[in-house]
Design a binder for this molecule. Structure first.
Ligand code: DGY
Length: 330
């Protein structure tokens, strides 16, 4: 009997089919978002799973699914998974870094530009039929070229955004990260480390790329927004919860900052109702990595991880991108 695995959300059928050469696969072609109880039911008897940010894998799920050995997230972020609980149970966790870096950075930059140049706001105005005459000060925004780009969280995606800003748009790039990057990496993206207060005070455009954790919960809330320039923009492509959405909506409404671009939200797919009514924010439904090429690469990497994690294929026992590699050594 081949091992049984679960693919929790619909993914490219030709890529999922690669699993069928090794395993008996239960997938979810209807793409239902299962409740925790439904997920546990589907995971019964499964040795591995391909998950997305919609599936929470915590201690309770692990306890209810003792045969589970590998959780392969089709995302670079893995805040939906209790990695510590997985490690304690010897469950390998993998994610999909690298393959989405440039696509996600493109999107972060696009959202920042849309916010600063008021693209969505002016498009809505035009669609409402309100454009009856041109004016010199219509939808004047803030420049991106030559401005100061502030990046909170300087991992791979942060660095890719920094390169776009410095090399493509002549921006001064500052960043804040728990640890300062090596001088070679800083030189490659022409970025300088600053403390968080300086980042907030000096950025004309703040882009948030820090992973979500208890430590980064509401890393940008009312106090941090109060430090920003009234002309500044804020872009969040990290995770909902890193920004206090209610405080952000207030700051936008009161024009304490100029504009925001948000791809991620606290409690998504719900969006804080106040964000839906302020005009100076561009809202997108968590699509920063959503180019066809990149989403295929993410699915493919998750599948490669699962095949290898369960001891199959050419990299048997060595999944390419483990999050808790210590499990492989035990
Ligand atoms: C990621 O890869 O973490 C993206 O946010 C998609 O979930």
């Amino acid at each position: 009997m081949p091992d049984r695995v679960l693919v929790a959300r619909a993914a490219f059928p030709d890529i999922v089919d690669r699993l069928r050469a090794h395993f008996e696969v239960e997938d979810n072609p209807g793409d239902t978002v299962w409740t925790p109880a439904q997920l546990i039911e589907r995971l019964q008897g499964k040795r591995g799973a391909v998950t997305t940010g919609s599936e929470r894998i915590d201690a309770a799920v692990l306890a209810a699914c003792p045969e589970l050995e590998a959780v392969c997230n089709m995302a670079v972020g893995y805040n939906n998974i209790d990695v510590e609980a997985c490690t304690a149970r010897g469950v390998i966790v993998t994610n999909t870094p690298d393959v989405l870096t440039e696509t996600t950075a493109d999107f972060g930059f696009a959202l920042m530009m849309a916010a600063s140049r008021r693209i969505a706001e002016s498009e809505h105005y035009l669609r409402r039929g309100e454009w009856t005459q041109w004016r010199y000060d219509m939808f004047t925004g803030t420049d991106v070229h030559g401005a100061t780009l502030g990046i909170l969280g300087m991992g791979r995606i942060g660095q890719a955004i920094a390169r776009r800003g410095a090399l493509g748009f002549g921006m001064r790039v500052i960043y804040h990260n728990r640890s300062k990057l090596g001088s070679d990496v800083e030189a490659a993206c022409r970025a300088s480390w600053v403390d968080k207060h300086t980042l907030l005070r000096e950025a004309d455009h703040l882009v948030i790329v820090v992973p979500y954790s208890a430590a980064s919960h509401h890393a940008v809330g009312a106090a941090e927004l109060a430090l920003m320039k009234p002309t500044a923009t804020l872009t969040n492509i990290a995770r909902g919860g890193v920004v206090d959405d209610a405080a952000l909506a207030r700051a936008l409404r009161e024009r304490r900052i100029a504009a925001a671009g948000l791809d991620v939200f606290e409690g998504e797919p719900r969006v804080h109702p106040d964000l839906l009514t302020v005009p100076n924010v561009v809202l997108t439904p968590h699509i920063a990595s959503a180019s066809v090429t990149t989403r295929r690469a993410m699915a493919s990497l998750a599948v490669d991880n699962l095949i290898a994690a369960l001891g199959q294929g050419p990299s048997a026992g060595k999944p390419p991108t483990p999050v808790n590699p210590e499990v492989l050594r035990t």
